[in-house]
Design a protein around this ligand. Structure first.
Ligand SMILES: Cc1cc2nc3c(=O)[nH]c(=O)nc-3n(C[C@H](O)[C@H](O)[C@H](O)COP(=O)(O)OP(=O)(O)OC[C@H]3O[C@@H](n4cnc5c(N)ncnc54)[C@H](O)[C@@H]3O)c2cc1C
Length: 159
């Protein structure tokens, strides 16, 4: 179903892809949006196993798109260094394809929200509980299950 990369020499291994995912602070979630127009929305996230976790308001373009079609991709640009003299960019990026579900189970939702908070501000359980508590019911948690993951970097960055 998913395509192979044409320029295999530039392809990153799975461990390198996961390292990029785990050090990125945000990425762009691409959904099939209103009227069939692609909707790429930047989001913070954390990876839990093969799942990318997002939080979201209960209303809006993003959540409507997820409800209408769970298929999505998520793109992270880990490096983008323009080298003018080469007419080139030394880049490193990752694209994941998968499906997004709205987490309904309250225990799972709480565990994923904690993972998200812990990722961005580790070791602050009390502050995190205070942040989540009053917002828990209004907040949505989205779980993006990775089905296909590729990473690519420019040749100049290959060892
Ligand atoms: C680095 C980063 C991290 C973020 N992290 C999160 C997060 O973890 N959770 C979260 O809920 N939101 C996050 N946001 C905000 C997010 O990008 C959306 O603005 C937000 O989620 C609302 O999306 P929506 O589709 O419900 O908005 P709506 O208001 O329903 O969108 C309506 C329209 O507004 C425009 N729009 C919406 N968002 C943006 C945007 N960011 N930039 C430009 N135009 C926009 C689009 O045209 C869209 O069609 C983050 C943004 C950035 C830049």
């Amino acid at each position: 179903m998913f395509r192979d990369m044409r320029r295999k020499k530039q392809q990153l291994g799975e461990d390198e892809c996961l390292a990029i995912i785990d050090t990125a602070t945000s990425g762009v979630l691409s959904l099939i949006g209103d009227g069939g127009y692609p909707y790429g929305v930047p989001l913070s996230f954390v990876r839990v196993g093969k799942t990318l976790v997002f939080h979201s308001a209960a209303e809006g373009h993003k959540i409507d798109a997820v409800k209408a079609n769970p298929k999505a991709s998520f793109t992270i640009v880990a490096q983008d260094v323009v080298v003018p003299s080469e007419y080139n960019t030394h880049f490193r990026s990752v694209i994941a394809f998968g499906q997004v579900r709205i987490v309904e189970d309250r225990n799972e939702k709480m565990a994923l929200l904690r993972a998200l908070g812990e990722h961005y501000w580790p070791g602050h359980d009390d502050e995190l509980a205070a942040e989540i508590g009053p917002r828990f019911d209004r907040m949505h948690v989205l779980a993006f299950e990775i089905e296909h993951l590729t990473g690519k970097q420019s040749l100049a960055l290959m060892q």
